[in-house]
Design a protein around this ligand. Structure first.
Ligand code: NAP
Length: 177
């Protein structure tokens, strides 16, 4: 079981533009080859911040039609009282990532834990030495500003595990921590 931050990023390191939009990503569709589906099939629990959750509920294609995309438990970090997306297994959590990670590991069993984002939340898992891998799909655009991919100043470099061209517009880079 690994804990993995898997995200798509502009090449200048943003996961969302300054308007909280992912149009820069969705203009290309998904890379051919079921890479995202294959990754999601390895996952037994996932975590995201409330910004990502609200973006998914309001803007992710398909979700507006009542289709939550994940079957596994989604741990959503928030200090507010948010609504559970109908039919989805949503667990609202807050505070220290260590205790939430323990709950996630129980749910995930031998499958992976996916840190969906944002970057600051992924950074908190890194700070707590809970992050094993980063899988970043870089898209061939720059944004200039937006939500940062991973706002951390690392003392020790990541280990580059693989680089794969996925499609005309995507390159997937895998690092272990
Ligand atoms: N390109 C990609 O692959 C990708 C991946 C993920 C996200 N995104 C995008 O990134 C954007 C969202 O980013 P974001 O900066 O808003 O980050 P986020 O991590 O989704 O949300 C941040 C919020 O989560 C809550 N939170 C975080 N840590 C917490 C903790 N320990 N305890 C309690 N609450 C906590 C707080 O909200 P409260 O005010 O509710 O307490 C905080 O303001 C969206 O546009 C999303 O689409 C893109």
């Amino acid at each position: 079981m690994k804990t993995i931050y898997f995200a798509a990023s502009s090449i200048d390191g943003f996961i969302s533009d300054k308007n909280n939009s992912l149009d820069w990503l969705f203009q290309f569709g998904e890379p051919k080859g079921n890479y995202i589906e294959n990754f999601v099939n390895t996952v037994g629990a996932l975590a995201m911040g409330s910004g990502t959750y609200e973006w998914m509920c309001n803007s992710l294609p398909g979700v507006g039609n009542g289709q939550w995309p994940y079957k596994v438990p989604a741990f959503v970090f928030t200090t507010r009282n948010l609504s559970v997306y109908p039919g989805a297994d949503i667990r609202f959590v807050k505070g220290d990532v260590n205790s939430v990670h323990q709950m996630m590991a129980i749910e995930a069993k031998d499958k992976n834990i996916w840190i969906v984002g944002g970057g600051e939340l992924a950074g908190k898992f890194y700070d707590a030495q809970l992050l094993d891998e980063l899988i970043i799909q870089f898209v061939s655009v720059t944004l200039g500003e937006g939500v940062p991919l991973f706002p951390r100043n690392m003392k020790k470099p990541l280990k580059l595990e693989s680089v794969q061209r996925l499609d005309q517009e995507f390159v997937e880079v895998r690092y272990s921590v």
